[in-house]
Ligand binder design. Sequence first.
Ligand code: KG4
Ligand code: ZN
Length: 337
Amino acid sequence: MSPERVVLAIETSCDDTAAAVVSESFDVVSSVIHSQAALHSQWGGVVPEVASREHVTKIIATVRAALAEADVTGEQVEAVAVTVGPGLPGSLAVGLTTAKALALAWDKPLVGVNHLEGHLFSAELRGEQIDYPAVYLLVSGGHCLLAHATARGEYRLLGQTRDDSVGEAYDKVARELGLGYPGGPVIDRMARSGTDTCAFPRPMIDAGYDFSFSGLKTAVRRQIERDETEVNDLAASFAAACMDVMIAKLERAIAELAPASVVVVGGVAASPILRERLAGLSDRVQVRLPPLEFATDNAAMIGAAGWWQLERRGASRDDVGIDSRLALPFATGAAVS
Ligand code: KG4
Ligand code: ZN
């Protein structure tokens, strides 16, 4: 058992059934993830009905495993943190209902956590410090946004995608190529053996902080239909276009906002290609990334955000519900104070 106080965290917003025990200093005492990727791969994307049914069957074993690995009983946790949105409604409902039942049985506070805020906290797991002001790039399957934070939890939105997220573009390109789901890891692997020969567009690269990736996805599809490019070169060309856009936006934010750190989170932050490109920024700014295993969806990040939320905003009410379209709590006004 950890000498520190711990929370149990549960995450079921999409296709991973996850539970973790996280200490007050954001140490990950245990983290268990049951991935459904193999189940959904045959359809080239997540099937919501299948995902929620799978969560129902796996959630209890996942929670049991996280508690056992941490050598903690339900009575010893300070609170139960759980993702309440955004995400797939049926999937979110399984996690929230389970968390409510446990909080009731153990007589502990329940903390409903925003999945996106969880990703932002993933870079602080294992006690990593972030210097503020910070620019956050959140790039996952469902989201693609840039935010400026003057302090932990004080975010202002700089820009976001007008259509697809980066991860979604990776997944759709992988589906076109018949490479299964998720697309990120396999396309990155192929890109490493290829060359950027296609000169794909870099959408909105010079236009402020917003993103657009659906045009790029269409350009890749046309190139696939022409059937004249080797698949590794296609992957390398697509990945290079995504990377160039993300790096250009961060370069702009560094030049205009002079942050102390750049923090890149979300599933795409697992990309070794992106990690290499980000290293090129580190002579000017502190670059922070989540530990590799906590870039994609996990419950440890929900535990860290849950601790912070419990302290800052208090426990959630008994009637808290899911919100499949929940947004980050952005402050309004200019990005620079
Ligand atoms: O954060 P996440 O696990 O789930 C959401 O909240 O959406 O992100 C999943 C996304 C998928 O689109 C997947 O293709 C992408 O992250 N991804 C990657 C890599 N690993 C996962 N993208 C690029 N390179 C990777 N190595
Ligand atoms: Zn996520």
